[in-house]
Design a binder for this molecule. Structure first.
Ligand code: GLC
Length: 688
């Protein structure tokens, strides 16, 4: 439809019809209604005409394609203008074929693979009739107590931005729209406690929390979801500075903003609105377009317009953003006849989708420790044990329509590959101890005050240790679980996160050495809860904990400062070395420098290294992080092979922002680290 036709349609709509486009209902109601008032209608005092005017519906990956077509026909035939509805869903890391959780995918440091996984998810979701995913989740996280760590791409603003943009590209490649969330700062909830308030300075917003959303907007993200949490003590949904001044005017976002679930109705609970009518006014004036699942907009906006508190032109602007998204997706021309349950099931089980899931899991698992116990040797007898040895629940939270019945367990995969299993840990050659948190403990409403292995798991590990056999721990977790008490008992540790539909197969291929691990941590793994928050790009102190001074230093009296495993860390079955680190040129406006080195695989098997470049200006008008991740590149190398790796350095990588969001351009010397994780020392510098 031409934009002029959209404007003509808008002109012909009544105020009620327009407001309907700004309201999101559940798809179940539209499916079920047969004339008798539904609970949703009685509870919210809604007529069917109001409900069927909903501009969008929230649904899920379990929706049947033909049900979607039926509902669209209802919108087409039971409303005056026949405006189709938008189906939106949480397609976070897969629809039916489930990829590893986003936190795991980030550990692949492979944007193309994240994009490929998103494309698979989109193809399957589109076959169900879904138009928009509530993804990517671009929240930076630094607290493993928060259950939604699993949904994030980790602690690095750079990695979160690049993986969020890759997710947008992946969904767009299959014609699906994306809704980046949760704008902004939800990952910084106080004490990692779900839905707690956040308190983030503007400097921190501009330097850490806004950039991943800017990256998603720059990648063409279609919608933005406001977070449950406040900024400057104003909930995001009613925060005009956040939504209008920053998101729309500064970041250049021109799409629709939707609230998170129920946020409009929570404004009175936050204590910033006296009632739902005031809540509707505040959210709308902040430029929140769509009210998710409270029907407050549907019930209050009309009166606010009639009273002149909100103009119909303002309503039109919001409605146009919704109609233009529908138009961009071709909904006005779509007959929805192509939606077919059989075709949907075929799409849900494509071999190529399972291959992507396997590839993603292979590159997402992180080898944290290995004293030679891995790879497993042919002919070894294996005692496979632990609470995750036989479970099929390897998908993690937010796994949409993923079926655990279609997910192999580790035991099934070991048996399928002919592993020689020995039930007695005393009699086997090697113990594979599969342990971690259960997938129901990951995701929303899953914060933990004790993000650790349980006492029972540790006791089991200690008793296994008595058997005197090498122990390979395979860890399943949706967060940077604290495993420092377990680490000394393990000869090897593979962090598998929640690896998705083909996760068990991937774990077998990695443990057996068929594939060499190449994952690296996208989030620091602390030694203790007491160290939280702990991340590679923390801000400097005037009293760093250097060994040269004995006086009062930046440290604990009862714990070291260093994490158990630093951001960027990951082992391989081979070893890599970097030689001849050099810098060519200097950095200035429009001129980049090149950081080069020779990388060599000095081991006996091929592998993929992750070369990471970090930097820090020696001096700046305001403090900068002790390390900033500048870039990263995966480098596959055969045994003995050497390659030259080069990373281009530009000024934007070192540009920061002051509290008003003004750029602070770097001038002077920048120390550089080119290495295989964030813990190394500087080994080059460049003039800026
Ligand atoms: C949930 C989540 C959000 C999700 C939305 C719709 O509460 O916070 O991430 O997209 O509601 O399910």
């Amino acid at each position: 439809m031409k934009d002029s036709e959209l404007l003509a349609l808008l002109k012909n709509m009544t105020l009620e019809e327009k407001i309907g486009q700004l309201s999101q209902a559940g798809n179940g109601d539209i499916l079920k209604y047969e004339g008798a008032p539904l609970p949703t209608m009685t509870e919210n005092d809604l007529t069917w005409e109001q409900l069927i005017s909903s501009g969008s519906l929230i649904t899920g990956g379990a929706m049947h394609a033909e049900d979607a077509a039926f509902m669209q026909r209802r919108f087409r035939t039971e409303t005056r203008h026949g405006i189709p509805t938008l189906f939106m869903a949480d397609i976070i890391h897969g629809t039916r074929t489930i990829m590893p959780i986003p936190l795991a995918q980030a550990c692949s440091f492979n944007e193309a693979l994240v994009e490929e996984g998103a494309a698979v998810a989109a193809e399957e979701a589109a076959s169900a009739g879904i138009h928009v995913t509530y993804a990517p989740m671009a929240d930076v996280i630094r607290d493993p107590r928060w259950g939604r760590s699993m949904e994030s791409f980790g602690e690095s603003p750079q990695v979160c931005g690049r993986m969020s943009a890759a997710t947008v590209r992946g969904f767009h490649s299959k014609g699906m729209a994306t809704c980046v969330k949760h704008y902004v700062g939800y990952g910084a909830v106080e004490a990692g406690r779900e839905y707690s308030p956040v308190d983030i300075s503007h400097t921190e917003l501009f330097n850490t929390y806004f950039p991943p959303f800017q990256a998603a907007v720059d990648a063409g993200c279609d919608m933005v979801m406001s977070a449950f949490t406040p900024i400057d003590r104003i909930p995001a949904t009613a925060n005009k500075w956040l939504l209008d001044d920053v998101l729309r005017k500064r970041m250049g976002f021109d799409g629709a903003v939707i609230t998170d679930w129920g946020c409009v109705r929570e404004l009175p609970v936050h204590g910033v609105a006296g009632d739902n009518k005031e809540a509707a006014y505040q959210a709308f004036k902040a430029t929140t377009d769509i009210d998710m699942m409270t029907f407050v907009y549907l019930r209050e906006l009309k009166q606010l317009v009639e009273e002149g508190a909100i103009s119909e032109e303002e309503i039109d602007q919001a409605v146009l953003r919704v109609l233009r998204l529908k138009n961009k997706l071709g909904l006005f021309e779509d007959t929805f006849e192509a939606l077919n349950n059989e075709r949907q099931q075929e799409c849900y089980h494509l071999e190529s989708h399972l291959e992507t899931s396997l590839k993603s899991a292979l590159q997402s698992c992180v080898l944290l420790k290995n004293d030679g116990a891995l790879p497993l040797k042919k002919g070894q007898t294996i005692c496979l044990c632990g609470d995750h040895a036989e479970t099929h629940e390897l998908l993690g939270g937010w796994s949409s329509n993923g079926q655990i019945s279609e997910t192999e367990s580790l035991l099934e995969v070991f048996e399928r590959h002919g592993a020689i299993l020995e039930s007695s840990p005393e009699l086997c050659d090697v113990i594979v101890y599969a342990v971690g948190e259960i997938q129901k403990q990951t995701g929303e409403c899953k914060s933990k005050a004790h993000p650790e292995l349980t006492a029972a798991q540790l006791a089991e590990l200690r008793s296994l240790r008595q058997c005197g056999k090498p122990i390979v721990m395979v860890l399943f977790t949706g967060r940077a679980l604290i495993i420092s008490d377990a680490e000394p008992y393990c000869n090897a540790i593979l962090n598998a996160w929640f690896p998705g539909t083909k996760g068990a197969e991937a774990i077998w291929q990695l443990l057996s050495g068929e594939v060499n691990p190449s994952g690296h941590l996208a989030v620091t793994m602390p030694r203790t809860v007491g160290q939280i928050p702990i991340h590679y790009d923390s801000m400097p102190t005037g009293r760093p904990n250097t060994k040269t001074r004995k006086a009062c230093l930046n440290k604990y009296v009862d714990e070291v400062n260093e994490p158990l495993y630093p951001f960027g860390f990951g082992l391989s079955y081979t070893s890599f070395e970097l030689h001849d680190v050099k810098v060519e040129g200097c950095i200035s406006e429009g001129q980049n420098a090149i950081l080069t080195a020779t990388i060599e695989n000095i081991g006996s098997v091929s592998g993929t290294a992750l070369v990471q470049a970090y930097g820090r200006m020696r001096r700046s008008i305001q403090t900068v992080p002790i390390k900033t991740l500048l870039d990263f590149v995966r480098v596959p190398l055969a045994a003995g092979e050497k390659k030259t790796v080069s990373i281009e350095l530009n000024r934007d990588m070192l540009t920061t922002y002051d509290c008003s969001g003004e750029k602070v351009l770097p001038h002077g010397t920048c120390d550089l680290l080119l290495g295989f994780d964030s813990a190394g020392g500087w080994n080059a510098s460049v003039e800026v």
